[in-house]
Design a protein around this ligand. Structure first.
Ligand code: ADP
Ligand code: MG
Length: 370
């Protein structure tokens, strides 16, 4: 296992320009990223498409050179570590397995290269034990006889059959269907527990990030916004971006202003806020959908709102109610099985906002202020 250190890493790409039209323009794919991935950790890199996740992974692998900054494996600059000694396995979105080889040979290939074929059966047995009978059956087949999901499992087994220290994943399950994705995720989690490696797992899917990793690094536009456990990111997001990116259903945001030491918005307000904020300053309040409650009409301090839509989440046993009043839209969750709360679009419901778990953000910068 290896501790990976990224020390102020930046990487930009020259944009293709049509000759004679405009000037060359650069995309800052990775922008001054510093990060430590401790030995044996599984870190998820989470962010929207195009934010620089794959570029970061290729930098960590040494497939790309940073424009500035250093990458260290156990305090040794990666440039001083020959490719053959880096001990890195990579699994990409679409893996090229060698078409005419049966999967068993593909899995054992790297060990056989090092004349350690005798280790293959034992490793394969360990991998098969964890994954159940699935892999055993897959190993006798050729890629054309394997589905996309099965090919990914063979690719992961191949990476683990090698004697490696670092495993890098770039959205390996992005192109397989939901049920198999959940299964494969569980399988990979068990494999990562069994085989001690330092792993980086790139994904745009937060449920995948939370299922597989110990810590999550949230990226936006090349920059690292925040690193922490999923719970830390959920409870204590550093800014509006992390607050809206983490958590399902998405957090509600309300614009408002500070008046007399309290936060006041268009439809809710009067909540005590930090005392050092200037009178009249713009502050955004964030509240997750379970922090807004429904009430009967006669409750004091209620806010009436019109229902736009109701979405049942059967597995999670709640329904998501989306409402609006004047220009503001918000959403709340109510238990799915509560029969007295059968709600339909167009009707009026009565809401209160419980400020206990409210998050406050600077209205200009989006930084968390309370
Ligand atoms: P992600 O994996 O998060 O979707 P990428 O790392 O693939 O993001 O890309 C980050 C940014 O860098 C994007 O704007 C992308 O268009 C650009 N980019 C990535 N690779 C190259 C390349 N080889 N040449 C030019 N631009 C690139
Ligand atoms: Mg990518």
């Amino acid at each position: 296992m290896t501790t990976i250190t990224l020390d102020h890493i930046s990487k930009s790409f020259q944009r293709e320009t049509v000759i004679g039209v405009g000037t060359a323009d650069a995309t800052q794919a990775v922008d001054n990223v510093s990060l430590k991935i401790i030995s044996g950790d599984v870190l998820a890199v989470l962010g929207p498409s195009g934010c620089g996740k794959s570029t970061l992974l290729r930098l960590i692998a040494g497939l790309l050179k940073p424009d500035s900054g250093h990458i260290l494996y156990d305090n040794v600059d990666i440039e001083q570590v020959p490719l053959s000694e880096r001990g890195i396995g990579m699994v990409f979105q679409d893996n090229a397995l060698i078409p005419h080889w049966e999967a068993r040979r593909s899995v054992g290939f790297f060990l056989s290269l090092r004349r350690r074929e005798h280790e293959v059966p034992e490793r394969l047995l360990r991998i098969s034990k964890i994954t159940g009978i699935g892999l055993d059956q897959l190993l006798a087949r050729r890629p054309s006889q394997l589905s996309g999901g099965e090919q990914q499992r063979v690719a992961i087994a191949r990476a683990l059959a090698r004697d490696l220290r670092i495993l890098l994943f770039d959205e390996p399950f992005a192109n397989i269907d939901a049920k198999l994705r959940t299964e494969s995720r569980g399988e990979l989690k068990r494999l990562l527990n069994e085989f001690p490696v330092t792993a980086v797992y790139v994904t745009h899917d937060q449920s995948e990030a939370v299922a597989l990793s110990h810590r999550v690094a949230v990226m936006r536009a090349g920059r690292l916004e925040q690193v922490g456990t999923y719970q830390q990111l959920y409870d204590n997001p550093i800014n509006v971006f992390v607050a809206t990116f983490i958590g399902t259903p998405t957090i509600n945001l309300f614009s408002g202003k500070v008046r007399g030491g309290r936060w006041w918005g268009e439809n809710f307000g009067g909540f005590a806020i930090r005392g050092d904020l200037a009178e009249g300053s713009a502050v955004m309040l964030g509240i997750r959908p379970d922090g807004i409650h429904l009430h009967s009409k006669d409750t004091a301090g209620i806010t009436p709102a019109v229902v736009d839509g109701v979405t049942p989440f059967f597995a999670e046993r709640y329904q998501l109610i989306e409402v609006h009043l004047a220009g503001e839209h918000w959403a709340l969750t109510v238990p799915y099985l509560s029969s007295e709360q059968r709600i339909s679009a167009g009707e009026t419901v009565y809401c209160t906002l419980d400020p206990t778990n409210a998050l406050y953000f600077d209205g200009e910068t989006g930084h968390r202020i309370g």
